[in-house]
Design a protein around this ligand. Structure first.
Ligand code: NAD
Ligand code: UDP
Ligand code: UDP
Length: 317
């Protein structure tokens, strides 16, 4: 494979840092752009010594002039706690960020991939969600800055494709977990692991019978790479996620067993609009990319737990 110059926006974040690592391992030059809103230098510290890696502090809502062959546009806070801190900036990041990265791709004729999300389906009326489902999103609620921002970014990608013949790829990512997840982002996997490791109560919302599907980050990154490498006519959108479904109570029990924790499970009120079920339909990814996740939940948790244990150790020290 020939070496390319690849831009990863949001490259110091959870998924972005794993992507940078894989691209470097494939022999490419990687330009990681991040404003460190939710990402951290620490996530890419181990890559800094590599002469093919470059880290640039930059906010994608401002223009960026660089020369690259491919762009992975991941910049955007992903967890509700973070994206609701400054909702206007969240929309700007998705919309102005997409415009700037598409403008850049157009100028240098780069291929560009957008990290979209299952949230574009909103509170879905169809289970599991195929890509052809248009979604059910509230445009004025507190989640809209994220959901509608990502929907508008998809619109821009398809319009640049039709109007300017850009080579585009759109991935709709479902719940992903693994090392370098933000420990305080309020997501269920990080919450449960941190609670189990610190011996505090495990907070199950509702009765824990709601289900979710969790994709290990290495599987997700493999899906992104395959989508980028797919034939030109493949634009997506393509769902990437793990269809294996677990109840939240099952997840809590697995985390307790794997950490050998003495934490108790406590039940808290279910947040408003908490979906009963979320599961990707990955038929398209299987057929077009020959991709399906390979890391079972238990194995992925085993790989993620030591990361959180180290963070907690460092905090104590
Ligand atoms: P993350 O918060 O760890 O990473 C996002 C990165 O983008 C961070 O490093 C952050 O500092 C950076 N960023 C935010 N705003 C920026 C801006 N204006 N300019 C430059 N950098 C900016 O989240 P993640 O989980 O790694 O998510 C990566 C992408 O994948 C996001 O676009 C997210 O919407 C998408 N996604 C993630 C999941 C998931 O389960 N983790 C699910 C669906 C979609
Ligand atoms: N842009 C950028 N880097 C580039 C080229 C463009 O950041 O290398 C930005 C530029 O600021 C512009 C946006 O991308 O606002 C969209 O570019 P496009 O060429 O599509 O639109 P125009 O410049 O005609 O408004
Ligand atoms: N959840 C929970 N305890 C927590 C955090 C989340 O029981 O400490 C539940 C939450 O109510 C939801 C599920 O776990 O049913 C997944 O929540 P998360 O915020 O991780 O993702 P999303 O709801 O966006 O799928």
């Amino acid at each position: 494979m020939s070496s390319k110059r690849i831009l990863v926006t949001g490259g110091a974040g959870f998924i972005g840092s794993h992507l940078c690592e894989r691209l470097l391992a494939q022999g490419h030059e990687v330009l990681c752009v991040d404003n460190f809103f939710t990402g951290r230098r620490m996530n890419v510290a181990h890559l800094m010594a590599n002469p093919r890696f470059e880290l640039l502090r930059h906010d994608v809502t401002f223009p960026l002039y660089v020369e690259v062959d491919e762009i992975y546009n991941l910049a955007c806070p992903a967890s509700p706690i973070h994206y609701q801190l400054d909702p206007v900036q969240t929309t700007k990041t998705s919309v102005h960020g997409a415009i700037n990265m598409l403008g850049l791709a157009k100028r240098v004729r780069a291929k560009i991939l957008q990290a979209s999300t299952s949230e574009v389906y909103g509170d879905p009326k169809v289970h599991p969600q195929p890509e052809a489902y248009w979604g059910h999103v509230n445009p004025i609620g507190p989640r809209a800055c994220y959901d509608e921002g990502k929907r508008c970014a998809e619109t821009l990608f398809f319009d640049y494709h039709r109007q300017h013949r850009l080579r585009i790829k759109v991935a709709r990512i479902f719940n992903t977990y693994g090392p370098r997840m933000h420990p305080n982002d309020g997501r269920v996997v990080s919450n449960f692991i941190v609670q189990a490791l610190t011996g505090t109560d495990i907070t199950v919302y509702g009765d824990g019978s709601q289900t979710r599907s969790f994709c290990y980050v290495d599987d997700l990154v493999e899906g992104l790479l395959r989508l980028m490498e797919s034939p030109e006519e493949v634009t997506g959108p393509i769902n990437l996620g793990n269809p294996g479904e677990f109840t939240i109570l099952e997840l809590a029990e697995k985390v307790i067993a794997l950490t050998g924790s003495s934490s108790r499970i406590v039940f808290k009120p279910l947040p408003e609009n908490d979906p009963l079920q979320r599961q990707p339909d990955i038929t398209r990814a299987e057929r077009i990319l020959g991709w399906r996740p390979t890391v079972p939940l238990e194995e992925g948790l085993k790989r993620a737990i030591p990361y959180f244990a180290r963070l907690i150790e460092e905090k104590r020290a």
